[in-house]
Design a protein around this ligand. Structure first.
Ligand code: PAF
Length: 281
């Protein structure tokens, strides 16, 4: 399966495709799992041609250590994609190719969406995500681009980026794919021992139980209750548990009759940082 690494080759491939035939993009950082496979399968169903980018974007990591720990599994990723379809175009550039030897993020105004939750704990993260996603969208010019709802805040911010910069692409959010235990699929799960992986499945169990509590209790009660549940699991170190409006992502104090809310969580387990979220109503 061919892996394209330069913008020039990418351009040659893309310009050989028939015009307006439906092009889907699935941006990834590699270390692919079944969550990515679900995005790729959806993209294949909805488009005639599909590009999967594999690029560990340095500017979205807030620590050098986290970037260095990110798994590089290109060969395995290529065979996973080949098992889905032989027609996928894989774009796996180097950082110098993408950033023209100047690895630096742009600064965006995401109207506050980036100041809370992940943005509050991962300095510069969403400027890095915005920079790479905008670059890929402008290079590839897909009709549709696919992102998982596990990174719900990222998905919301990418929709804002596209809207503010008038980029003609449909941003498609896809449901979280979970392991049979309920643990949200993530490349980071690979760094957990079997015991911790089992323990990490409590994250989703607490989110599900919080959803039940949310049906009858007030917001502060549910937040305090969830914090207590995490305290009962000594291996899980809660970074934040928030209940937010799904559109503004602003943490709420009280429910509104027509409001739509989600609970968001970030947890450390065995030094690995995991995030998850659930629709509450
Ligand atoms: O979600 C990810 O894997 C990354 O943040 C993305 C969207 C591929 C940008 O590097």
């Amino acid at each position: 399966m061919p892996v394209i690494t330069t913008k020039k080759e990418l351009d040659q491939h893309l310009s050989s495709l028939p015009k307006n035939s439906g092009l889907g993009l699935v941006p990834t950082m590699g270390a692919l799992h079944l969550g990515h496979a679900a995005l790729v399968e959806k993209a294949i169903m909805e488009n005639r041609f599909v590009v999967v980018s594999i690029f560990v974007n340095p500017t979205q990591f807030d620590t050098k250590e986290d970037l260095e720990k990110y798994p590089d599994t290109l060969e395995k990723d290529v065979s996973l994609l080949a098992g889905i379809s032989g027609d996928i175009l894989i774009f796996a550039p180097t950082a110098d190719e993408i950033y023209n030897h100047k690895v630096q993020s742009k600064t965006y105004d995401f109207e506050g969406l980036d100041k809370i939750m992940e943005g509050a704990f991962r300095n510069g993260h969403f400027n890095g995500v915005g920079t790479i996603v905008e670059t890929l969208l402008l290079l590839i010019k897909p009709d549709r681009a696919y992102f998982g709802e596990k990174d719900f805040q990222q998905l919301r911010i990418i929709k804002k980026l596209v809207e503010k910069n008038n980029i003609p692409v449909a941003i498609i959010g896809c449901p979280v794919i979970r392991e049979p235990s309920g643990l949200a699929m993530s490349s980071r799960n690979e760094r957990l021992s079997e015991i911790l992986r089992k323990e990490a499945s409590s994250i989703y169990k607490i989110l599900q139980a919080a959803k039940v509590e949310f049906g009858t209790k007030n917001v502060q009660y549910v937040k305090d209750w969830a914090v207590r549940q995490f305290e009962n699991h000594p291996d899980l170190k809660l970074e934040y548990f928030e209940i937010s409006d799904i559109d503004t992502l602003t943490p709420i104090q009280r429910k509104k009759p027509k409001g739509k809310y989600r609970a968001f969580v970030a947890v450390y387990i065995g030094g690995v940082r995991l995030i998850d979220n659930i629709a509450l109503n």
